[in-house]
Design a protein. Structure first.
Length: 426
């Protein structure tokens, strides 16, 4: 309970959450909602003008004016923690605030040098960062033209990925297009609302944070998960899935078994990222089971599944499936499982966004809205190049074999031997 909540007076628990937007409308909606009274009033930080789906406004102008106020609230919440493990940020990559200001906030927390007090700034600059070695995990909603009709979403998403590659430790990619497909094809919801999409997102977020909130066998935390899931620092973008999938209005009445859950976990239709893992290979993956499950059965099922689908796993990372278990099931279900996969197939999302970005940037379409806020065209070129490099890196490791890795190791050893000083003719 104390992980995500702090105990106030009279046994009242207050969420350790900071809610940020550049317009007051969304904050008013949260306040007026059923959970509005839970939050500390000071933790609502908002501006008076929206970012207007403009990444530059969120990152450089409107957002930059508000970010110090947000950091003060973040700092106060961090000071109230006994042992700060890290930060979790939920944001969208398609709009202006979530993408622009979201990535600005992440970079400021990483730097830890944005203060108004000069003496405190001196301490920070000499000591390094304000939050040294704290984990940064993001739940990032990737845009899709099928769900939103904002034409500049590819610009905003590409500029955001450019920042996330450098400043995030773990990014859980949630794709609006995949959420829409799940609602329509799997849950048979003919006209899904944002509430239906958010229900799926909340199920995954709840599953991923299970090990932080409840005790359990083979438990995991943010750092342990990142160590197991990220073989190369830049490749920290994960596909996520959940089983069993149910709509908000209905619960699963059929008894679910561990084999059912593992089968559904690796079903492409259950993935909340718009890419098919069969078009790539898993570098690593993790499965979090909730409810009364036998860990032996879980391990056996995961081992069998990996053996049958060995073509979809890289052979040069042994034991690349991590499992954890928690005996507390989610509300309304007896058993569930959450999947996190670091697959090279995630490059399909970046390719899709990149193609849309290139089509517009080639014609300089809508660029004046960004340059008018102080941005330079070079930033767009750098962001595009960085995302193309990311796609190339995923492809490189998808094609790599154990022989390639071994050969590279031998070459390095030979090169080192050749350069030993003092050996050779004099």
């Amino acid at each position: 309970m104390s992980v995500y909540f702090t105990e106030a007076s009279s046994n009242k628990y207050v969420p350790r959450a900071v809610l940020v937007d550049l317009e007051p409308g969304t904050m008013d909606a949260v306040r007026a909602g059923p959970f509005g009274q839970l939050f500390r009033p000071d933790n609502f930080v908002f501006g008076q003008s929206s970012a207007g789906n403009n990444w530059a406004k969120g990152h450089y102008t409107e957002g930059a004016e508000l970010v110090d106020q947000v950091l003060d609230v973040v700092r106060r919440e961090a000071e109230g923690c006994d042992c700060l493990q890290g930060f979790q940020i939920a944001h969208s990559l398609g709009g202006g605030t979530g993408s622009g200001m979201g990535t600005l906030l992440i970079s400021k927390i990483r730097e830890g040098k944005s203060c108004l007090d000069l003496s405190w700034c001196y301490i920070l600059t000499t000591a390094g960062t304000e939050f040294p070695d704290r984990m940064m995990a993001t739940f990032s909603v990737v845009p899709s033209p099928k769900v939103s009709d904002t034409v500049v979403e590819p610009y905003n998403a590409t500029l955001s990925v450019h920042q996330l590659v450098e400043n995030s430790d773990a990014t859980f990619c949630i794709d609006n297009e995949a959420l829409l497909d799940i609602c329509m094809r799997t849950l048979k919801i003919s006209n899904p609302s944002y509430g239906d999409l958010n229900h799926l997102v909340s199920a995954v977020m709840s599953g991923i944070s299970t090990s932080l909130r409840f005790p359990g066998q083979l438990n995991s935390d943010l750092r342990k998960m990142a160590v197991n899931m990220v073989p190369f620092p830049r490749l920290h973008f994960f596909m996520v899935g959940f089983a069993p999938l149910t709509s908000r209005s209905a619960h699963s009445f059929r008894a679910v078994t561990v084999p059912d859950l593992t089968q559904q976990l690796f079903d492409p239709k259950n993935m909340m990222a718009g890419s098919d893992f069969r078009n790539g290979r898993y570098l690593t993956c993790s499965a979090i089971f909730r409810g009364k499950v036998s860990m032996k059965e879980v391990e056996d099922q995961m081992r069998n599944l990996q053996r049958k689908n060995s073509a979809y796993f890289v052979e040069w990372i042994p034991n690349n499936i991590q499992t954890s278990s928690c005996s507390v099931p989610p509300q309304g279900l007896k058993m569930s499982s959450t999947f996190i996969g670091n697959s090279t197939a995630i490059q399909e999302i970046f390719k899709r966004v990149g193609e849309q970005f290139t089509a517009m940037f080639r014609r300089k379409a809508f660029l004046h809205w960004y340059t008018g806020e102080g941005m330079d065209e070079m930033e767009f070129t750098e962001a595009e190049s960085n995302m193309n490099d990311l796609v190339s890196e995923y492809q490189q490791y998808q094609n790599a074999t154990a022989y390639d890795e071994e050969e590279a190791g031998y070459r390095e050893e030979e090169y080192a031997e050749e350069e030993v000083p003092g050996e050779g003719l004099t």
